[in-house]
Design a protein around this ligand. Structure first.
Ligand SMILES: [Zn+2]
Ligand SMILES: [Zn+2]
Length: 339
């Protein structure tokens, strides 16, 4: 079978390799049907990802497919079932695991990052790493389930709830999925973004306000929308270090900030952080979010379609990566589909 390998900076190619085999009783062999490209994959593609440097890496952690074979101990899956892959595998015994945070396990294995991923015709993993999806979901939509779980994790870390006002910096795919999720949780959402197409998409997805901060005074808008109280949550999906002092100012007392994109959190004046008892909280991958996201995916599916701006056949994966890596601001999610 064919697999797509990244060796180093913009150095990628197809290899012919053995089809994976069921070896453990709970193994499930899946024929891969779709895979999404995300920022992490592009870091690997640029030879910059710490977990994938100096190795031939088959990327892919956002993928879906069809079960073709199951081991004798598999309980809930059978050939023909449609599934999405959960890309984390944790030990279950370390401190984080014992505290329900296997997503930050000391020895965490992340599919497509520190072990090979879904950019191959077949993929074998234990039953616990597959989730059944309904028949109505398209393969392209299925490729976006994993990033939607990331947004679900961000919103749950930020404790977004009904009535909250949430400000999101950045309207790329993760920012928009966070918007979608926060809206679903009953929050009022402001998306701040400078790319026109993304702003329009944010509105279509139900953002209450989608603003270009170069054209509109964000602080004034926050004041107006929250009647001077401040936003309850800020999700920085753009990595805006220069906004950090403004973020502290714009947050309400008891507000929460999640740096979703890597960003230096440098705060000039720590007093408001104490005075307003702000929380700056990390969010990594996801924990237990596949089932709830799949359960409400009927709400997200049409939005997922709008976020996918380009699809490529598996055979053109090299083109797909080069295209995604060009990072055209109007490019949303890029998905590769398999025969
Ligand atoms: Zn991803
Ligand atoms: Zn662990």
């Amino acid at each position: 079978m064919k697999a797509f390998v990244i060796r180093g900076k913009e150095d990628c190619f197809f290899i012919e390799t053995e089809k994976p085999q069921i070896t453990r009783p709970d193994d499930v062999l899946v024929k891969v049907r779709s895979a999404g490209i995300c920022g992490t994959d592009l870091h690997i593609y640029m030879g910059e990802h710490s977990m994938s440097m100096g190795v031939d890496r088959i990327p892919g952690h956002e993928f879906a497919g069809e079960v073709v074979e199951v081991g004798p101990g598999v309980k809930n899956l059978k050939p023909g079932d449609r599934v999405v892959h959960e890309p984390i595998n944790y030990c279950g015994t370390c401190y984080a695991c014992r505290h329900g945070q296997g997503n930050v396990c000391r020895t965490l294995k992340v599919t497509g990052c520190n072990c090979n991923g879904g950019w191959q015709e077949y993929y074998c993993a234990q039953e616990k790493q597959w989730h059944k999806i309904p028949d109505w979901m398209t393969w392209v939509q299925a490729a976006l389930v994993e990033p939607y779980t990331i947004a679900a994790q961000v919103c749950s870390q930020a404790k977004v709830e009904a009535g909250d006002v949430v400000l999101i910096h950045g309207g790329g795919p993760i920012g928009l999925m966070c918007c979608d999720t926060a809206k679903h949780f009953g929050a009022k959402v402001i998306v701040s973004e400078i790319v026109k197409g993304r702003l329009e998409l944010a509105k279509e997805l139900g953002a209450d306000y989608a603003v270009d901060p170069r054209e509109q005074d964000l602080k004034a808008l926050v004041k107006e929308v929250t009647e001077g109280e401040g936003v309850n949550v800020i999700l920085d999906c753009a990595g805006l270090a220069r906004m950090m002092n403004d973020n502290v100012e714009m947050l309400s007392p008891a507000g929460r900030l999640v740096p979703v994109a890597p960003v230096a959190v440098h705060i000039d004046d720590p007093i408001p952080v104490m005075a307003k008892q702000l929380t700056i909280i990390g969010s990594r991958l996801q924990m237990g979010k596949f089932a709830p996201v799949i359960a409400r995916y009927e709400l997200y599916a049409k939005h997922a379609d709008k976020m996918v701006t380009d699809t490529f056949p598996f055979e053109e994966s090299d083109k797909a990566f080069a295209f995604a890596n060009a990072r055209n601001p109007e490019t949303g999610k890029v998905v590769v589909v398999f025969d």
